[in-house]
Design a protein around this ligand. Sequence first.
Ligand SMILES: Nc1ncnc2c1ncn2[C@@H]1O[C@H](COP(=O)(O)OP(=O)(O)OP(=O)(O)O)[C@@H](O)[C@H]1O
Ligand SMILES: [Mg+2]
Length: 225
Amino acid sequence: MIDFKGVSKTYPNGTVALDDVNLSIDKGEFVFVLGHSGAGKSTLLKLMMREEKPTSGSIIVGSYDLNKIKNREIPYLRRNIGMVFQDFRLIPTMTAYENVAFAMRVTNIPLRDIRKRVPYILHLVGLAHKARVYPTELSGGEQQRVALARALVHNPPIIIADEPTGNIDPDLSFEIMELLTEINRLGTTVVVVTHEQDMVRQFNRRTVKLEKGSVVFDTGKVGVR
Ligand SMILES: Nc1ncnc2c1ncn2[C@@H]1O[C@H](COP(=O)(O)OP(=O)(O)OP(=O)(O)O)[C@@H](O)[C@H]1O
Ligand SMILES: [Mg+2]
């Protein structure tokens, strides 16, 4: 599903964010990406979404070879990936409901289906009561859950979440992780970036650790609960 071969990324200012990363994630896997601040975790995710290009190496995501992908194909690549960004990236002029609905509206889904699906997903992330509220009126954790709802809403084959529990209290973090686990159980490939060692221990899934841009360990597939 996701395959990195010899991938390096040096930013224009000379910062080496990734250095010869090899990583292969199968369809239906659940993978934690662990590492200190600056280790290259967000860069790894940005390369998967084609938000950044690698300096060298090859990246395959689904049926796309990202070294060969055409610009007009990039929106289709991104439709396969539900991304929860570390900085949320909600649209400030839209309510929670509209932010989630917008992700569906761009894909020709009938309005009737959107009106059913959006409240269901907001309920799933515990935000049914905040549907009409704007991002600035939400707490960090609530904004994060809107971002998660938006990533889940069109049922993509891959979910990539950058610190989805970063701004959330421990109980809610656990629930969000349970939700991602459940989505994975239904067949979605899930990649979760986190700092939280505790969470990783608790959920006992494949863990890839980055340090200074390199993979320093990879547990490989771990028995599913
Ligand atoms: N656009 C950019 N231009 C230059 N350097 C960058 C850019 N984005 C990230 N970096 C640098 O690349 C390295 C990896 O950054 P990255 O954002 O991937 O780290 P991270 O593991 O996600 O960290 P955090 O846990 O703090 O989010 C860091 O040294 C960072 O300063
Ligand atoms: Mg990051």
